[in-house]
Design a binder for this molecule. Structure first.
Ligand code: KIV
Length: 271
């Protein structure tokens, strides 16, 4: 990619400047071909550790490694010309200390060419977010339901229904905002809590299962296009149903190969 093309890309400060303005459109992507298709239409592409389930068939994001994120982050960053590309820091690669987080983030940014990293956690990660942003690493925070903590949380339920839990999540939002996060993903919280957080912090909020009150929205691409069918959370809207066409194409191909109809004369090289 040329320097001119890179400069046209949306940057973390440009995303931050959209607070309260036109909604920020975000999707996940993990591959070059999907990135090329979605890039002209979205503001931000997240190489999410949801690739655990969508790409690798794992049960949770806990087993994702830095090498996995770098491999997919590189493919996505190389293929996006417009959207701001953010790569998730996986579980265990940043929680120990700000220095550990910086080492991981610097490696991810250098090896992929992404513009920013995302990490999960609120008040407990504020010091790390401050450390990273002061050292040239833009950070997208992720609060509410934090899937990397599924074992501690005991599941993927809605967060913030109880007043004390809502107060803790609001404190998380204020802490990551004060620490300098350029945007904050809010996952699976009630509409009233999402609205209050959006009104009270300076960084744009990006909702997933967090209502239209947020400054932007994100969906996992495989959910949005009906490719991931193992289960469908209530907050997912399907904008396409591509599972059936893929299965039908495989079935048609198999039938033609077995009937010796494919390859046909038009697919064959002459002498
Ligand atoms: O990993 C991911 O895809 C995410 C989004 C769901 C926000 O964190």
């Amino acid at each position: 990619m040329t320097i001119q093309a890179q400069m046209k890309r949306l940057t973390p400060p440009a995303i931050r400047a959209r607070k309260g303005g036109e909604p920020i459109v975000c999707l996940t992507s993990y591959t070059a071909s999907t990135t090329r298709l979605i890039d002209p239409h979205v503001d931000l592409i997240l190489v999410g550790d949801s690739l655990a389930m969508t790409i690798y068939g794992l049960d949770s994001t806990v087993g994702v490694t830095v090498d996995m994120m770098i491999a997919h982050g590189r493919a996505v960053a190389r293929s996006a010309a417009h959207a701001c590309v953010v790569v998730d820091l996986p579980f265990g690669s940043y929680e120990e200390s700000p220095a550990q987080a910086f080492r991981t983030a610097a490696r991810v940014m250098a090896d992929t060419g992404c513009a920013a990293v995302k990490l999960e956690g609120g008040t407990e990660m504020a010091e790390t977010i401050r450390f990273l942003t002061a050292r040239g690493v833009p950070v997208m925070a992720h609060i509410g339901l934090t899937p990397q903590s599924v074992n501690a949380l005991g599941g993927y339920g809605v967060r913030g229904r109880k007043p004390e839990e809502a107060a803790a999540i609001l404190a998380d939002a204020l802490a990551v905002d004060a620490a300098g996060a350029f945007s904050v993903v809010i996952e699976k919280t009630t509409e009233s809590l999402s609205r209050e957080m959006t009104e009270r912090i300076a960084a744009p909020t990006i909702g997933i299962g967090a209502s239209v009150a947020c400054d932007g929205q994100i969906l996992v691409i495989d959910d949005a296009i009906g490719l991931f069918t193992a289960f469908r959370p209530k907050f997912v809207k399907r904008y396409a149903e591509i599972a059936q066409p893929i299965a039908a194409a495989a079935q048609a191909y198999a039938a033609e190969v077995r009937a010796r109809q494919f390859p046909g004369p038009e697919h064959v090289f002459g002498p």
